[in-house]
Ligand binder design. Structure first.
Ligand SMILES: NC(=O)c1ccc[n+]([C@@H]2O[C@H](COP(=O)([O-])OP(=O)(O)OC[C@H]3O[C@@H](n4cnc5c(N)ncnc54)[C@H](OP(=O)(O)O)[C@@H]3O)[C@@H](O)[C@H]2O)c1
Length: 489
């Protein structure tokens, strides 16, 4: 472990030369009163201000950022007018090999020292998790150091506290990379759409699940096969729970609710369902009906100011712009009162795309430091988060039933009792993924089974759930299959 690079004797954002670089009018070239003898070499260029970066984490994202800062510094300085200097880098393991030329002498395992180092002007947190990231971010902010973070888990659970701390300190807390990786979404929502009355944000914000669902759609493979393929390609973790069960997308939905609606929402407020129950047959039936199934994070304003924030598999018409977003790509579809509909599409993960978003934030934070600009505030207010029971939409429901007379009438009776009307019903061949003989335990013995698929007219979730409860109690219903919400627009 080496010592950090020596801070250069040039104007820095907070160092001894800072005020000269930032505000002294005397340092700017003055207009001449009349013809003056010109110095032979012409006016000397002003040195660029230097902003020194303390990096917490040098994994996928941190290493890609360090590489950019160490190898592309000249181009970044020419483009932005600021020299970003990587001063220190915190990692957990000193022994790990890092494929980042020039980073070795900057490494330390003491993240607190990086934050506290007076030679660090801005802190970038890309270590992930809540602890110690939360304490380190608060510590940096309390010292008046702007923070850039890509940590969705931290922001989705403690964002309110952190933004308040940044506001108190009068510095930036920027987090572009925390949702949809390389897509400049947060900046579009906070700045370009700052005055827009946003009605709904719907996003494919998890690349792993989009890859799995795309593969199931394009090649008819099962969920398990598509997941195994995603794991072999490095798109899914060995333990894929956070992705496939929607936890990752729920954290991002909470951040979208913060940014697009100024709503005080945390990850735990988000209704969440994952994709692990979606079968190849659901995907095939959806395709035949003109739909595709996507895991969507949806944040939607109600007329009374309440907010629906949810993550679940959704059937989208194939003509919808989000339906064509395939593989591990992310996309976010925004609907606003004045702007209408717009969509942002790109790489939602991966070291370099995510580091690109972090770098954008870093340049912004550095620029604000240099010009002493006021940081952009994120004010959150309390909202009522609507329970999922209040959702009203069409539903796709699949059932495995005994193939005998009277079954349809019994099912129709349950649906009718709960005010759920059927738009279409199809009988499918039994699912290849169903266990042989599955569901027969309650029946009188082996008898033929049929797989029924219903698409309902718009209905309330509470009524649909009441139907499911009653259907479970019907002797002819062998198994309830998937329930997928359908969005028509
Ligand atoms: N990867 C992506 O595509 C992506 C996309 C968007 C957002 N993000 C977010 O970006 C953050 C970083 O993700 P990542 O994929 O880069 O994670 P990662 O590969 O696991 O890297 C984490 C880094 O933090 C270091 N670290 C962890 N705990 C530490 C501690 N207590 N003290 C010092 N260093 C510590 C690790 O050190 P060692 O190297 O020594 O283990 C490692 O360098 C996460 O919040 C993630 O959600 C990632």
């Amino acid at each position: 472990m080496g010592s950090p690079a020596k801070a250069q004797r040039r104007p820095t954002a907070t160092g001894p030369g800072a005020s000269q670089a930032r505000d002294e009018p005397g340092t700017q070239p003055q207009p001449a009163a009349g013809p003056q003898p010109q110095p032979a070499a012409g006016p000397q260029p002003q040195p660029r201000p230097v902003v020194r970066v303390g990096l917490l984490g040098c994994g996928n994202v941190g290493a890609a950022l360090a590489r950019l800062l160490l190898t592309d510094a000249k181009r970044i300085a020419e483009r932005t007018g600021i020299e970003l200097e990587l001063a220190r880098v915190a990692v957990r393991s000193a022994a790990k090999e890092r494929d980042v030329p020039g980073v070795e002498p900057l490494l330390t395992t003491d993240a607190g020292r990086v934050v506290d180092d007076p030679a660090v002007d801005v802190v970038v947190e890309v270590m992930g998790g809540i602890s110690p990231a939360r304490d380190l971010v608060l510590r940096a902010l309390s010292q008046g150091k702007p923070v850039v973070s890509a940590n969705k888990e931290l922001l989705a659970n403690h964002g309110g506290e952190l933004w308040e701390a940044a506001d108190r300190a009068g510095v930036d807390l920027l987090f572009e990379a925390s949702v949809a990786g390389g897509i400049p979404l947060i900046r579009a929502l906070r700045e370009s759409l700052a005055g827009e009355r946003i009605e709904r944000v719907m996003g494919i914000v998890n690349g792993t699940t989009n890859y799995i669902l795309s593969r199931m759609d394009s090649s008819g493979v099962s969920y398990r096969e598509a997941l195994a393929e995603a794991q072999s390609l490095g798109y899914a973790e060995r333990d894929p729970t956070a992705d496939v069960e929607g936890y990752d997308a729920a954290a991002k939905a909470a951040i979208l609710a913060n940014v697009a609606f100024g709503a005080k929402v945390v990850a735990g407020d988000v209704y969440r369902e994952g994709i692990s129950a979606i079968t190849a047959q659901d995907i095939a039936v959806a395709a035949r009906l003109g739909f595709t199934i996507k895991l969507l994070a949806v944040v939607e304003a109600g007329p009374d100011g309440s907010l629906a924030v949810r993550v679940h598999p959704t059937m989208l018409p194939r003509a919808h712009p989000l339906a064509s977003v395939r593989d591990s790509f992310n996309a976010v579809f925004v609907e606003g009162d004045a702007v209408g509909q717009l969509m942002l599409l790109g790489r939602g993960a991966g070291g370099p795309p995510t580091a690109s978003a972090v770098l954008g934030d870093l340049v912004d934070a550095a620029h604000n430091l240099v010009v002493k600009g006021a940081p952009r505030k994120l004010e959150l207010h309390d909202v009522t988060v609507r329970p999922i029971d209040d959702l009203r939409c069409a539903y796709y429901l699949s059932l495995l039933v005994a193939d005998r007379p009277g079954v349809l009438a019994a099912i129709a009776g349950v649906l009718g009792r709960h005010h759920v009307s059927v738009r279409s019903m199809e009988q499918e061949a039994p699912e290849p993924e169903a266990e042989p003989g599955e569901g027969r335990a309650r029946g009188a013995g082996p008898e033929p089974e049929a797989h029924l698929v219903f698409v309902t007219h718009p209905a309330y979730e509470r009524d649909v759930q009441a139907c499911l409860h009653d259907l479970r109690g019907l002797d002819a219903v062998r198994r309830l299959g998937s329930l997928v919400r359908v969005t028509g627009r």
